[in-house]
Write a protein that binds this ligand. Structure first.
Ligand SMILES: [Zn+2]
Length: 420
């Protein structure tokens, strides 16, 4: 019996395939985004000679890094835009500050078949992976990047520009695009809390969103279930607090930590800063930062981590996702390609996930896979036959549309501040 179990374990682990990723061009037909014909010099590892071509290759490279770390039989659909706004809000760029990009899950699902925890919101890509079928016929992740960083305009971040090379070595006054795209993609896999950081029409600060109509109950997301506040009596989980208590906790700084003990153990041998009572600190500044608070590691972490709220030029995403892999695994992602917690590899990790480009852009993209099954975006299950199963008893539940709005409201910003 034991032998059988062991063999089964081996077979299962061999069967863990990296998540395929399909990239959707949200700017198609606008001569911008991936279609921009602006002539540029080739960058290291990125030989395209148009701005659009370089963007496409860099996004694809980032997707191959992130997709290689997690397992899913359902392709992860990623919508990408360079239109300079997200959710109708412009990505700002001023002399000393810029929103580099924005990314997150488009929707969350609760109580779907295969959900590990009841009454808990799961980001769509993870919900699909757990259910082993597509739960909603939509994009799973939406990413927006700031095209102002392609202008070199001195009024925008003092002339800093995107670096589209694939070697992780941006020069002076350059920002590594691949690292930024990896950061935003990880948000899309669920590295984000849906707790309200401000009072909105739909929620008061500290509340979780409703899943359904205005009468439906509020449920925590899976990320928020792992948050603990060490400053409060009994060091409670966030899910044991009232919304009003959470509203205070959001700004409790280093006392707000990631609760999982396995991740704490892994961090003990890896992080030299950013631990409080042995637990990894989340970003919880006293002055709440909408779009950033809670949904990142604390800035204090060392070695620097890709999921800190601000760009750290020294972070190497080519060799792993660091502590982010621990968090993804805690939330329910099965790790692929031998990914461990923390994810720190001796060799580069790109190229171990199948990344395809949906639609017209596919014809222009370079396929690194010589077998060339490009264009066959083998995204089999087109929506699960009306099984948008938030409520298993309903054939279709309109809350998906509502959730799209809610999720758009909490998409996560990434900022870099430059002090001259
Ligand atoms: Zn972020």
């Amino acid at each position: 019996m034991k032998l059988v179990a062991t063999l089964l374990g081996v077979l299962l682990s061999l069967g863990v395939h990296a998540a395929p990723v399909i990239i959707y061009d949200q700017d198609a037909g606008t001569n911008s985004g991936f279609d921009s014909g602006e002539v540029v010099a080739p960058a290291p590892g990125n030989e395209a000679t148009t701005l659009g071509g370089q963007r496409l290759r860099a996004v694809r490279y980032a997707a191959s890094i992130v997709g290689s770390r997690v397992a899913s039989t359902v392709p992860i659909r990623v919508a990408v835009s360079f239109a300079g706004k997200a959710g109708g809000v412009a990505l700002e760029c001023s002399t000393n500050s810029a929103t580099l990009g924005q990314g997150g899950a488009t929707q969350y699902a609760v109580n779907f078949p295969g959900a590990p925890r009841a009454d808990t919101g799961y980001p769509l890509a993870l919900a699909n992976a757990l259910a082993e079928r597509r739960l909603a016929d939509t994009k799973d992740i939406a990413l927006s990047f700031n095209p102002a960083l392609d202008t070199g305009d001195a009024d925008c971040l003092q002339g800093y520009r995107w670096y589209y090379g694939l070697d992780g070595k941006p020069g002076d006054h350059e920002i590594d695009f691949v690292a930024t795209a990896v950061h935003e993609l990880i948000h899309g896999l669920g590295f984000q809390s849906l707790v309200a950081l401000t009072n909105t029409r739909d929620a008061k600060i500290g509340q979780f969103p409703r899943y359904g109509t205005s009468q439906s109950p509020r449920f925590p997301d899976i990320y928020s279930r792992f948050i603990r506040d060490l400053s409060l009596p009994g060091q409670p989980l966030w899910t044991d607090l009232t919304a009003a208590q959470r509203a205070t906790s959001i700004g409790n700084g280093p006392s707000v930590v990631w609760a999982d003990p396995t991740t704490s153990n892994a961090a003990a041998g890896y992080l030299t800063y950013g631990l409080n009572q042995g637990r990894v600190e989340l970003y919880a500044p006293a002055t709440i930062q909408p779009g950033s608070s809670i949904s990142h590691w604390a800035i204090a972490l060392s070695p620097d981590q890709i999921m800190e709220p601000r760009e750290n030029p020294g972070v190497d995403v080519l060799h792993g996702l660091g502590m982010a892999s621990c968090l993804l695994e805690n939330m329910g992602w099965q790790l692929a390609n031998g990914t461990r917690c923390p994810d720190v590899n001796s060799t580069a990790i790109a190229g171990r996930a199948d990344v395809t480009i949906a639609g017209a852009a596919a014809a222009e993209s370079e396929n690194s896979d010589p077998s060339g099954d490009e264009g066959d975006n083998d995204d089999d299950s087109g929506g699960g036959g009306g099984g948008c199963t938030v409520n298993p008893n309903a054939a279709f539940d309109p809350l998906w549309a509502l959730m799209l709005i809610v999720a758009c409201g909490v998409l996560v910003w990434r900022r870099r501040r430059v002090t001259a």
